[in-house]
Design a protein around this ligand. Structure first.
Ligand SMILES: Nc1ncnc2c1ncn2[C@@H]1O[C@H](COP(=O)(O)OP(=O)(O)OP(=O)(O)O)[C@@H](O)[C@H]1O
Length: 371
């Protein structure tokens, strides 16, 4: 699905390559974390996949296409298969939540009928049902990120790329976003996420690819962030350093403060979570956005919308593309009460199961920053 063959990327004027001989293969349906110190090349990887940048050497294949052979004219069509989420909110501040999501379908010529069906379904999926008429500044940070994710998946992309999607969020809110990304993955979308969030990488137990100075130094299935030995704290922003100090115990305590889930002495010594109420978890979402596809997680009715053109690059994931193997990979932490994300995706109700569905008049959420 994604294949890097001896890929080198050297930016003009740079003394050393940002990526240096990268070989990497990501198969359909995988959830892959790309970790590494600031400047190690994580974002460059994502930009090459998105064909925002082109390699100086080597080849990048995505969805069966050698990206060097896709003409500039065809790049927008190719990108319809990809969704992108960023750390900073890139919402259109003068558009409502609904219009932010609808916009990404309008620009690719989807019909009004398709949009009217897909947008509400996607907003429900990400836990924003009933908030379509709000503007970004009327949402918490976590909610804004959910809008961005909705925008990224509304066209049911085969691949969702996320560049530090929880970088601006508190631990509890971040975990809600991670649950959402994992559910989207469980429904069939391949997810590649660059992050400094050590706690979440450990919790998620997914594949971890670690970069150091443009080289892959680790590629582990079900890995964790480990000791983050190759991440010099002095290289991190203040925010990045804070995130590295986040622990699973802090996240769990933030999610369920009433249960006092602080299990270890070291965890007890952690600073208190910034925000505790579980309800807030649902509301905050960060940023992002390019269209992606809620394919899997979307209720069946929305997931079967037929393609509207004959674009040979349209490899959008369909709702029936999920499989049991993916379901088995869902860690228990993300699947309380033996929830099966794939089954849930097929039946709908994902947002409710994850505790993301807010009431129509939910005004309890904090209003977060708008970027
Ligand atoms: N457009 C650019 N022009 C010149 N150099 C760049 C450009 N983009 C990235 N670089 C350089 O390439 C290297 C890798 O950067 P990249 O953004 O890929 O790393 P990163 O791991 O994503 O870092 P961070 O975690 O800080 O976002 C860095 O040395 C960076 O300065």
């Amino acid at each position: 699905m994604i294949l890097f063959e001896n890929v080198t990327k050297k930016y003009r004027g740079a003394q050393r390559p940002a990526l240096d001989g990268i070989d990497l293969r990501v198969d359909r349906g995988e959830f892959v974390f790309i970790v590494g110190a600031s400047g190690s090349g994580k974002s460059s990887c994502l930009q090459l996949i998105l064909r925002e940048e082109q390699p100086t050497g080597g080849t990048v294949h995505v969805l069966g296409h050698d990206l060097s052979k896709i003409s500039s004219r065809k790049v927008p069509y190719f990108r319809r298969n990809l969704g992108m989420v960023f750390q900073d909110f890139r919402l259109l501040t003068n558009k409502t939540v609904y219009d932010n999501v609808a916009f990404s379908l309008q620009v690719i010529g989807k019909s009004r009928g398709f949009i009217q069906e897909a947008v509400p379904d996607t907003l429900e999926m990400v836990g924003l049902e009933g908030k379509g008429k709000r503007y970004p500044h009327e949402l918490s940070g976590g909610e804004q990120q959910r809008v961005a994710i909705a925008r990224a998946i509304v066209n049911k992309p085969a691949i969702l790329l996320a560049d530090e999607p929880t970088g601006n969020l508190d631990p509890a809110t971040s975990l809600g976003i991670m649950q959402l990304l994992r559910a989207i993955n469980a429904a069939g979308t391949t997810v590649v996420m660059a992050t400094h969030e050590a706690a979440f990488v450990d919790i998620m137990q997914q594949r971890v690819v670690e970069l150091s100075q443009g080289v892959v130094v680790r590629d582990e299935q079900s890995g964790g962030y480990g000791e983050t030995a190759s991440i010099p704290v002095m290289d991190l922003t203040e925010q990045g350093a804070r995130v590295l100090r986040t622990t699973e115990a802090v996240v769990r305590a933030a999610l369920a403060p009433e249960t006092g889930v602080v299990e270890t002495p070291s965890a007890a010594a952690e600073p208190a979570p910034q925000q505790a109420p579980a309800a807030e978890t649902q509301a905050s979402a960060p940023v992002v956005a390019a269209p992606v596809a809620p394919a899997p997680v979307v209720p069946a009715a929305a997931a079967v919308a037929p393609p509207e053109d004959e674009d040979p690059l349209d490899l959008t994931v369909r709702a029936d593309g999920t499989n049991a193997a993916q379901a088995r990979r869902v860690p228990g932490f993300l699947a309380p009460n033996e929830i099966d994300p794939v089954e849930l995706a097929a039946k709908g109700g994902l947002a409710e199961r994850l505790g993301l569905s807010g009431s129509q008049d939910d005004d309890q959420t904090d209003v977060g920053p708008v970027r």
